[in-house]
Ligand binder design. Structure first.
Ligand code: TMP
Length: 200
């Protein structure tokens, strides 16, 4: 008997306030509505290291990015090994609200050391498809309700630049997220349909 066909791993990326969570949760609901096995997950996680990261994010300012990069990478290894890999093997499509490219763009961009961030993340595979929601830092900050780790136009511009360098390399697919939600959602659906050849 043949095994279950492995699921497809899609990650959503973008600066804080790009609308990634709304989009990825709506996509998850769309997959479910169409009857596809699907799993939605976020990073940082709520597991051991992820919880430590969340504690830093809410209480501690000015944590060195080298330290944060190592925590994000450790959280990701646990997340991949314990959750993502298993779901994919069981045939679930996995939708990640942030994954490896968040570390490459945030810590890699802020440290000007993308290659080191890639190296510490090489224990997990890249996603099958990474969709990057592009938005200007000004617009992103005006959209955000809660405050976050990187609420600064200059920092967000640097992170955006790192994401754009990944777009240029063809590693992530860019969608203009400044358009109305319905348009952005439709564009994302078309990209996924063209890669996965499924009815959405
Ligand atoms: P969120 O706003 O999507 O919940 O993400 C939490 C914050 O953590 C956000 O400011 C981006 C940041 N982050 C990194 O800096 N590196 C990473 O690898 C991940 C996953 C998140």
């Amino acid at each position: 008997m043949g095994g279950v066909e492995r699921g497809f791993h899609i990650s959503f990326e973008g600066i804080d306030g790009s609308g990634k969570t709304t989009l990825s949760t709506n996509l998850y609901l769309k997959f479910k509505e169409k009857g596809y096995p699907c799993f939605y997950t976020v990073e940082p996680t709520f597991m051991r290291v992820g919880s430590l990261i969340r504690l830093h994010a809410s209480r501690i300012k000015n944590v060195p990015q080298y330290y944060m990069a190592l925590l994000f990478a450790a959280d990701r290894v646990e997340h991949y090994e314990r959750v993502i890999k298993k779901k994919l093997e069981k045939g679930y499509h996995v939708i990640s609200d942030r994954y490896v490219h968040s570390s490459i763009a945030y810590q890699g961009g802020l440290l000007n050391d993308i290659e080191w961030v890639r190296t510490i993340n090489n224990r997990v595979p890249l996603p099958d498809l990474a969709i990057y929601l592009d938005i200007s830092p000004d617009k992103a900050l005006s959209r955000k309700k809660a405050s976050g780790l990187f609420d600064d136009v200059t920092l967000l511009a640097k992170i955006r630049e790192a994401y754009l360098s990944l777009v240029e390399k063809g590693e992530i697919v860019m969608v203009n997220a400044e358009k109305p939600f319905e348009d952005v959602f439709r564009e994302v659906i078309e990209i996924i349909k063209s890669r996965l050849h499924i009815d959405l």
